[in-house]
Design a protein around this ligand. Structure first.
Ligand code: PNS
Length: 167
């Protein structure tokens, strides 16, 4: 396959799941360079800080030599331009993602016609996987083995312990 261009893969990654990593692997096969863009979404009240989310992504992407991690705030299309990326990658899971993703892609196109959004589908086993469900399952004592890297499950448990200790 002829590889092309620089792509941005944006998200909250709170935390990164094996579904995200599946998309990253697919993107790394298509593009010369994939930049994972972690949203500094203070308004969304994230569970992990941007530094923690970036650290877990850095660790998870070690096998890929053309993938890197950055963080951004403000408009995604502006960050894409800053990074010289012409493509935004988004993962499309089950049908429920479609409406939101459609709106996001069209708004981004309206904001900058030079940035194209492409959608990649993860493996079927990750089609219903979300970061929120992972956090909820772990916080209620469930196992998420196979859904996130082992070290991510440990980081969630550690963080929960710290939160519970301080409350
Ligand atoms: O993983 P998420 O939370 O679904 O990712 C959403 C993300 C980061 C792609 C989206 O919220 C985003 O791009 N935010 C930055 C602000 C922006 O450019 N919004 C879209 C146009 S208004």
């Amino acid at each position: 396959m002829n590889k092309c261009k620089i792509a941005i893969y944006p998200g909250s990654f709170d935390p990164v799941t094996n579904g995200h990593l599946d998309i990253i692997q697919r993107g790394s096969r298509i593009f010369n360079r994939v930049i994972i863009a972690v949203l500094k979404n203070e308004r969304k009240d994230p569970f992990f800080t941007v530094a923690e989310r970036s650290e877990m992504l850095e660790r998870a992407i070690r096998p890929f030599d053309n993938v890197e991690v950055a963080s951004f705030d403000g408009l995604l299309v502006d960050f894409a331009k800053e990074m010289d990326a012409g493509v935004v990658i988004r993962g499309l899971r089950a049908v429920t993602d479609f409406d939101y993703e459609f709106q996001l892609a069209l708004m981004n196109r309206r904001l900058n016609r030079d940035v194209e959004t492409i959608f990649l589908m993860p493996s079927a086993e990750y089609s219903y996987l979300s970061s929120s469900q992972v956090k909820e399952a772990v916080s209620l004592g469930g196992s998420v083995e196979g859904l996130v890297p082992d070290f991510v499950e440990e980081m969630i448990l550690d963080k929960l312990k710290r939160i519970r200790k301080n409350s």
